[in-house]
Write a protein that binds this ligand. Structure first.
Ligand code: BYC
Length: 471
């Protein structure tokens, strides 16, 4: 499963043997490179960056480190190794052999899911395009570029599936992935969170913690798919995704740590005058990013999701570890349900609330990360606790859309929401303060005033390693 970097498009799927596919991908490549130079990280082309590149998909080869000029980076197509005699693990065809080609009856559904997944990847690169200009350190700049490069590769992964399995309409969809733009009024990206701005590094860390984590759960569900090429693609993408969440998790932890240090040093909760970010502002950013990210799981009650499951297209998180019949025709699942403006606990057909089950798994994972930030507060004896807002807070998708709730989940009127939402979401002035702190730091081992250094460097390198040679 070694990857040959001498090929025009490095890959482990033998595109050399398939002339039509190779030509189609080679025809898409210049468009991709054009998109990257227009929308990829600003001012990065001549930088020499300590990047992780996959040289094979197995354990020893997927994380190869070394300085690479951004303009020389080679994106490729890598699928996890096939599993011999893999069987469908759930739904009506449970136990049958997985599909190597797209069954005609599932073609449009699969294409739509692959396009939705693929659309998020370039979107996030577009959202993060200008962050390099205000990096808090070389270490962080390197991590940003690593995340961007890999999101670009994840776009390749989905574009490959479209080209290889969906003929002409697949090619058209792959082209359209390069045409939509995050936040564009006329041709926006598909899902809400991917049209929000990422104007500062605090937003970036929140995004990589909360929104990339949606990526983990969606990819894990698609990694269960009966469509084996999709499952194998997502399995390999998941190995890379872990680093993106690490960037968010440790990034926020370092901001919390620095805020605690400044609070102790100046004996005040208001550290804004000393170049720090107040804990209340961090909580408001957290509220915003959590709410936007849980919308990405779709509606609580979803016949789409039930159909994906029954037909074997998209499973649950770690489907094979769940102990049930994997068909769910007679199973119930408990969830909060909005009835007459009030949230009640209800048992519903497990099949129709698959999206909510995945959201539950995601929320439990977010809680673990947040507990680590709270531990940092505890270590500094600071009497403050970060909390995830209630899932009904500030929602734009599903049953809570249009209703108003406090972060504790109490229903409130639109008037009260309008009067109080600034208590819970970052104000324009707070956002402006965070943006004002974003001053570029590029001396190895030095960090901006609002963030602590990491505990250790990348791949065993020291924290003051020359992670990026700026040109
Ligand atoms: N925004 O029945 P429902 C990542 C639409 S992140 C706008 O619940 P479904 C990454 C929905 O399309 C992971 N529209 O839908 C992270 C439907 O429209 P129609 C991305 C939305 O299909 C960071 C209608 O509402 N991957 O990888 O069950 C950096 C009814 O909804 C939204 C995926 O999402 C929304 N948030 O669930 C880089 C996996 N939510 O049919 C990368 C693929 C719902 O009425 N996608 N709608 O026209 C899916 O599995 C599903 O499409 C969704 C939605 C889970 C998103």
């Amino acid at each position: 499963m070694a990857i040959d970097y001498n090929e025009r498009i490095p890959n482990n799927v033998d595109i050399a043997d398939n002339r039509r596919l190779r030509r189609a991908l080679e025809a898409w490549q210049p468009g991709y490179l054009g998109w990257w130079s227009e929308m990829g990280p600003s001012d990065s082309t001549t930088s020499d960056v300590y990047l992780r590149t996959a040289i094979s998909v197995n354990k020893d080869g997927w994380a190869h480190f070394g300085h690479v000029k951004m303009q020389d980076y080679r994106w490729g197509i890598f699928l996890a190794e096939p599993e011999a005699d893999r069987r469908i693990a759930f739904g009506a065809e449970k136990g049958l052999a997985v599909w190597q080609d797209v069954p005609g009856e599932h073609r449009s559904t699969l294409r739509r899911l692959i396009v939705t997944q693929g659309d998020t990847e370039p979107a996030s690169v577009e959202q993060q395009r200008l962050l390099g200009l205000t990096c808090p350190s070389l270490y962080d700049l390197r991590n940003l570029f690593q995340v961007n490069i890999e999101e670009g590769r994840h776009l390749w992964a989905m574009a490959y599936l479209l080209h290889a399995h969906f003929g002409r309409d697949g090619r058209e969809e792959a082209d359209a992935l390069l045409e939509r733009r995050s936040g564009d009024e006329d041709k926006p990206r598909i899902l809400g969170a991917f049209n929000e701005a990422t104007p500062d590094w605090l937003s970036f860390f929140m995004f990589t913690f909360f929104t990339d984590r949606d990526g983990k759960y969606q990819l894990a569900s698609l990694a269960e798919s009966a469509f084996d090429p999709l499952a194998r693609t997502c399995r390999f993408m998941l190995t890379e995704e872990a680093h993106h969440m690490f960037v968010g998790d440790t990034g926020i932890q370092r901001v919390v740590q620095r805020s605690c240090e400044l609070m102790k040093e100046y004996d005040t909760d208001d550290i804004a005058p000393y170049g720090g970010i107040n804990l209340t502002i961090l909580q408001r950013y957290l509220n915003f990013h959590f709410a936007v990210s849980i919308d990405l799981f779709g509606a609580e009650f979803s016949t789409n999701a039930a159909n994906y499951f029954t037909s074997g297209i998209k499973g649950r998180f770690q489907e094979e570890r769940i102990e049930d019949d994997h068909e769910l025709s007679n199973s119930l699942y408990r969830l909060p349900k909005l009835e007459g403006g009030v949230i009640v606990e209800s048992s519903e057909s497990a099949l129709t609330v698959i999206n909510e089950r995945l959201r539950d798994d995601y929320i439990a994972d977010c809680e673990k990360g947040m507990a680590r930030w709270n531990r940092t507060l505890g270590e500094h004896c600071i009497d403050f606790t970060f909390r995830l807002p209630h899932r009904a807070f500030q929602r734009a998708i599903g049953q809570y859309k249009g209703a108003h709730f406090t972060p504790k989940g109490e229903p409130i009127s639109a008037t009260e929401w309008n009067a109080r939402s600034q208590e819970w979401l970052p104000s324009d002035a707070e956002r402006a303060h965070v943006v004002s702190l974003m001053q570029r730091v590029t001396e190895p081992g030095k960090f901006a005033s609002w963030i602590a250094p990491p505990r250790r460097g990348i791949n065993g390198q020291p924290v003051d390693f020359d992670y990026v040679h700026l040109s």
